[in-house]
Design a protein. Structure first.
Length: 130
């Protein structure tokens, strides 16, 4: 019988960008399993940009754990432009990822996250000139 997990990962595509919604909670080994699963999803989808929506995720992981785990693995997410959408009081996830070398910004509004993650100044300038 397989152990049930307390977290869930749901995937969506919005205008060509992968959006990942994390719900539930993950502690200790569950957190590690979730991060490995998340990274495998990004790699399998050849993600260049991703939005991680953790507003419904019950974050019970200290930032040091997130930082250390992310730094010690050669995660695919290190090369992915990442927008984390969370609640104002839950900023440690995004900050820990950023400190671990992930290209990440934190947003409270998913529409702003979508604009940021798809913004490409070179492409956007070129499109204006044509």
């Amino acid at each position: 019988m397989e152990d049930s997990v307390a977290y869930q990962i749901d995937l969506y595509m919005y205008e060509g960008v992968l959006e990942v919604v994390l719900t539930g909670t993950a502690r200790d080994k569950e957190f590690e399993k979730m991060m490995l699963e998340l990274d495998a999803i990004l790699e399998a989808n050849n993600a260049k940009e991703v939005i991680l929506d953790i507003r419904s995720f019950e974050e019970h992981i200290d930032s040091t754990t997130i930082y250390n785990f992310t730094r010690k693995h050669d995660f695919y997410i290190h090369g992915v432009k990442t927008a984390v959408v969370d609640l104002q009081e839950k900023t440690s996830f995004a900050i820990a990822l950023k400190n671990a070398g992930v290209s990440v910004e934190r947003f409270a509004d998913i529409d702003l996250a979508r604009k940021w993650v798809t913004f490409n100044p070179i492409r956007d300038t070129w499109l204006k000139d044509t």
